[in-house]
Design a protein around this ligand. Structure first.
Ligand code: NAD
Length: 354
């Protein structure tokens, strides 16, 4: 059905996409009026960070290869101190959500503009959401200052993303689009992006799985991650993201893999209460039952399908239930303790969604 009542705020965002687009980074830094950019990346991508700093030449202030999952407060403080010490007037965050999250933490406090160069499909570069972890607790918030000033999507930089990580990161992206389709603040243009994002990502992943060096498949997956990330940036998250935040924050389960396991179950719970979303997903996935289709796809791509396999014990189900039910996000279907418990138990065993 056509949505006839909505509001939509476009985020100010410059996007450049294409093979080799990373070569335009010096131009993008200059365009911001900046002279020296600090390159942020995780230790595993130091070589990529160094190569980018090399290409920046005298517009590089150096490399900080310390990004880690969930932005530990001490890493954020070191990045800010290093930026000040080196006289950096911009940051380049290259990598997945961890590196981009670190760039956001610097932007939040120092106001330095960030150019994001995403190399996974997590989508953080498209949102105003930041997070910083201190004493095992992640504080999050929304602030327009953390939105990257420019995003360079270069599929060449994703060719080396390990296959297993590519698949789970792809599901992470799909999860953003799925929840955007039934978000309380959904709007027609965002729903179009979400449907196309799901279609493109689920078409790309089997080809990436077959050959991680398939340039066309990599470009399609990155294109899909842009669309899916943009839908996350434009809407309010629901039960699926709440479950993943609780599982990741409390049990330290791996981010993208957790999204992959939980998504079919959260969707199975919500799709009867969100007929327009279910219809869009049926078109995108060529399936009558989108939740089951996603569960089957995960299996065919050797992705994890059970929380038990991710290291969660059965006794963790009740505390996670409490966390989800006590501070629920918006959701199309009612969220009761019993329904969340059933959902989590099925996700824990790895049985098909019901
Ligand atoms: P990640 O950034 O932690 O990356 C995982 C690993 O893959 C790292 O070791 C990284 O160096 C490596 N890697 C990344 N790209 C690579 C490539 N192309 N080739 C080889 N190795 C590569 O993982 P992620 O899933 O992208 O991000 C997860 C984090 O992002 C979480 O902390 C999550 O909360 C956050 N996140 C935030 C938002 C938001 O809107 N704020 C959205 C999504 C995710």
């Amino acid at each position: 059905m056509i949505q006839t009542s909505f509001s939509y705020d476009a985020l100010p965002m410059r996007v450049r996409f294409g093979s080799g687009v990373i070569a335009s980074l010096p131009e993008e830094i200059a365009r911001l009026g900046a002279r020296r950019a600090l390159v942020l990346c995780s230790p595993e991508q130091r070589d990529t960070g160094e190569a980018i700093a090399g290409a920046l030449g005298d517009r590089s202030a150096g490399v900080l290869a310390e990004a880690r999952m969930h932005v530990p407060v001490e890493v954020a403080a070191r990045a800010r101190a290093r930026a000040a010490e080196l006289g950096a007037d911009a940051c380049v965050a290259v990598g997945g959500g961890s590196a981009i999250g670190l760039g956001k933490a610097v932007a939040l406090e120092h106001g330095l503009p960030v150019v994001a160069v995403p190399t996974t499909y997590a989508g953080s570069e498209m949102t105003t959401v930041w997070g910083i972890t201190e004493n095992g607790r992640k504080r999050t918030g929304k602030d327009p200052r953390v939105l990257p000033a420019a995003v360079l999507y270069d599929p060449d930089l994703t060719l080396g993303l390990p296959i297993a990580m590519s698949v789970t990161s792809g599901f992470n992206a799909v999860a953003h689009a799925v929840e955007a389709l039934y978000a309380p603040d959904r709007s027609p243009v965002v729903s179009l992006m979400a449907e196309e994002g799901v279609r493109a990502m689920t078409e790309a992943l089997p080809a990436v799985f077959a050959d991680g060096g398939d340039a066309d498949a990599r470009a399609k997956a990155l294109y899909a991650s842009w669309l899916c990330g943009a839908t996350l940036g434009a809407t309010t998250m629901s039960l699926h993201h709440k479950l993943c935040h609780a599982l990741g924050g409390t049990l330290d389960l791996p981010h993208a893999a957790t999204h992959t396991v939980v998504l079919p179950h959260a969707l199975a719970h919500n799709q009867p209460a969100a007929p327009d979303a279910a219809e869009a997903l049926s078109r995108a996935l060529h399936a009558d039952d989108p939740a089951r289709r996603l569960w089957d796809l995960a299996g065919s791509l050797d992705a994890p399908r059970s929380l038990r396999d991710l290291g969660m014990s059965e006794s963790d189900i009740d505390p996670i239930c409490d966390e989800v039910v006590n501070a629920p996000y918006a959701n199309p279907a009612p969220v009761t303790r019993e329904s969340v418990r059933r959902l989590l138990h099925t996700a824990w065993t790895g049985d098909p969604p019901r």
